[in-house]
Design a protein around this ligand. Structure first.
Ligand code: BES
Ligand code: ZN
Length: 653
């Protein structure tokens, strides 16, 4: 696949290319080996690795994609830092077929795949080479350096959960296949044999072979132009010199093209989508500037995005230097761009400072949602930010009402008594936002911003925990002030369930007009007039639909649709709320549109609730089963898993 390029010739290649985007792959340019945390709270129970004995510090992938077999195969060369007494290293695997493991000289090493644990995969235990790596003379006293190097030869399984192989029909162009990965949370072990834990950071590089004419992107910096391997395949080379948690290693391949947005940013998409995609994300440079002004340097060089086909199961994924996005956020008016602000914000919260355990979900997602809202305020203004905050707050209050205020799933730091993946989205995202907004208002924006900036800087490229966050806040901002400590209610927010009483409420004026319209509809069946509705922001339209009475008759739904043009909206968030209300109320005329939507879109946030709405009535149950039998195979494993559970779908039957 790849001709071996010695590090000695690299400076020469660098000069030849002479291109600012090229990042040297010289190991000297590589970021430092990140610390691992050993406190009880930092413990990740989802990995088989024992990082205190032996841990991976660098991953070098040399892989080929096979779209017919739906496999990725090749080698992963791993640098390991092992304790003196360690004799083996344990990696995470889930369904990998490992054919050989060797040391640096090609001599075989013993390895064993352990028993599979449902959801977690199996440990891959490898004997460490007898020969240690030489310690470079330039290393400072006490500076960490890898001690061993091993090479794993393997192939991923066709059903690998991290990888979704799309048929040409699932793309906009309908001509070429498409592949994307989704590593978070613990899926990357289905295609990369490494230690798959957010607290074990690794630098990485990769050479990827893909069939013509597909382009490959990764969450690393592309090195020069792809090289022809033969007349049918090309090699793409990527480097990530910042140590990242391995769930952030991501790949996508398809018939995609690039459009520059500004000096630091650009967007990839299929040719059929690129124009609309570039239009929609046109505020990205401004958002990056806003992020830097708020919370410090952007440390990743470029910020590019890829707009994927609609089968992508999430809204977005913060893969470094290459955010992955659903195309369903495109509305033509940038009204769903909180998504871009969110994934960009992860460049600080999540990618720079990362939770060490999945139990601290809020540290990534809650801090990011707060940061997202601050970017939205800076770029789109206070009114829009306040409306989005009010939607978030309402989601939190509703979520807690449904789950019960003493339910452990409503805690931000998920307790050991439940799976870290059972904590609810609203408890991580919305409660996290409201928490930080509350702290900001009590402490004062200026002081709070300075503290958060320092937090990101002090822990850049390192794992963190809730305990560290709170301890730092107490040390730097509370400094023994007992009254302030009482006012903040920090522990209640992070460890408690339900909604603490000091929660910062959204401005009641944010939705004053819409809330009036909601009451008018509930009390007098007055539908807002068509022009008023059209002039409402997307957030206002969402607010109205979210606050409508749960039960609506067919006549009511028909006149709402006729007056407001709900089924004709360009905004998928609005369309989704309309379809959900219609299906929940057994509204037959909406079924064909729902069916088309569910056949095209795989985003779990839309797909799962629509099947749930159908499944809740005897009218809808058979419709759900009929549609799902058609659409199931087009969904990502994540979406499929959720809907299987809702519909109690028996895949074997
Ligand atoms: N990192 C998440 C997506 C994720 C979380 C994947 C946990 C797997 C496990 C991403 O940044 C995210 O939060 N996406 C949201 C965006 C929204 C909050 C703007 C989504 O996909 O809906
Ligand atoms: Zn996020």
């Amino acid at each position: 696949m790849r001709a071996y390029v010695s590090f000695l010739v690299l400076p020469f290649l660098f000069l030849l290319a002479g291109c600012g985007d090229l990042v040297s792959q010289d190991p000297d340019q590589r970021g430092e080996i990140a610390p691992i945390l050993t406190s009880e709270e930092a413990f990740d129970d989802q990995t088989f690795a024992k990082p205190q004995e032996a841990r991976v510090t660098h991953v070098d992938l040399d892989l080929a994609m096979d779209f017919d077999a739906k496999t990725i195969s090749g080698t992963a060369t791993l640098d390991i830092l092992a304790a003196d007494e360690a004799s083996e290293v344990i990696l995470d695997s889930n369904g990998l077929r490992v054919s050989a493991v060797t040391d640096q000289t090609g001599d075989a090493l013993e390895f064993a795949l352990g028993e599979t644990v449902e959801g977690k995969g199996e440990p891959l235990t490898i004997e460490l080479p007898a020969q240690e790596l030489e310690r470079s003379a330039d290393l400072a006293e006490g500076e960490l350096a890898p001690t061993h190097r091993i090479m794993v030869e393997y192939v991923s399984a066709p059903q690998a959960e991290a990888l979704q192989w799309l048929s040409p029909e699932q793309t906009a162009g309908s001509e070429h296949p498409f592949l994307f990965s989704q590593g978070q949370a613990i899926n990357n072990r289905t295609w990369i044999p490494t230690q798959d834990s957010p607290g074990i950071r690794q630098t990485w590089e990769a050479t990827i072979s893909a069939p013509e004419p597909l382009n490959v992107v990764m969450s690393g910096v592309l090195q020069g132009d792809p090289e022809a391997e033969d007349e049918n395949r090309r090699d793409f080379r990527f480097v990530m010199n910042n140590a990242v948690p391995p769930y952030l290693i991501a790949i996508a391949a398809g018939n995609i093209e690039f459009r520059e947005l500004g000096p630091r940013s650009g967007v990839w998409a299929e040719p059929e989508v690129i124009e609309a995609a570039a239009q929609e994300v046109g505020d990205t440079e401004e958002m990056i500037d806003a992020g830097i002004a708020l919370f410090g340097d952007y440390r990743w060089g470029r910020y590019d995005m890829i707009v994927l086909p609609p089968a992508f199961p999430y809204g977005g994924m913060e893969n470094p230097v290459m955010t992955f996005l659903t195309p369903t956020f495109i509305a033509g008016d940038r009204s769903n761009n909180g998504l871009v602000a969110h994934e960009l914000a992860h460049s600080w919260s999540g990618n720079l400072t990362t939770y060490s355990s999945w139990r601290d979900g809020w540290l990534n997602e809650g801090v990011t949602s707060y940061f997202e809202n601050r970017i939205v305020e800076a770029v789109y203004g206070k009114a829009r930010a306040e409306q989005e905050y009010a939607l978030s707050y309402a989601g939190l209050v509703g979520g807690i009402e449904d789950a019960g205020a003493d339910n452990p799933v409503t805690a931000m730091r998920s307790p050991n008594s439940i799976s870290p993946f059972d904590t609810r989205g609203f408890a991580i995202y919305d409660k996290g936002t409201v928490f930080l907004r509350t702290v900001e208002n009590i402490i004062g924006r200026e002081k709070f911003d300075a503290w958060l900036t320092e937090w990101f800087d002090a822990h850049a490229f390192e794992p963190v925990t809730s305990e560290m966050f709170l301890a730092d806040l107490r040390e730097k901002l509370i400094a023994g002030d007992a009254e302030l400590e009482n006012q903040l209610m920090l522990d209640e927010w992070v460890y408690g369930t339900g909604l603490p009483e000091n929660a910062w409420k959204p401005d009641a004026q944010a939705f004053a007009e819409v809330d009036g319209a909601v009451s008018a509809y509930a009390n007098e069946s007055t539908i807002p007039d068509t022009d008023a509705w059209r002039n409402w922001t997307a957030a206002e339209q969402r607010r109205f639909l979210e606050e409508l009475p749960q039960e609506l008759s067919a006549e009511q739904l028909a006149s709402l649709d006729a007056t407001l043009g709900l089924s004709q909206t360009n905004n998928n968030e609005v369309l989704f709320l309309w379809l959900e209300a219609a299906l929940r109320n057994e509204y037959g005329p909406a079924v064909p549109q729902a069916e088309r939507f569910l056949a095209r879109v795989g985003r779990n946030k839309f797909v799962s609730p629509l099947f749930t709405a159908l499944n809740e009535t005897n009218w809808g149950k058979p419709i759900a089963q009929r549609i799902y039998a058609e659409t199931r195979s087009s969904y990502h494993a994540y979406t499929r898993g959720n809907v299987d559970e809702t519909l109690q779908y028996d895949a074997a039957a």
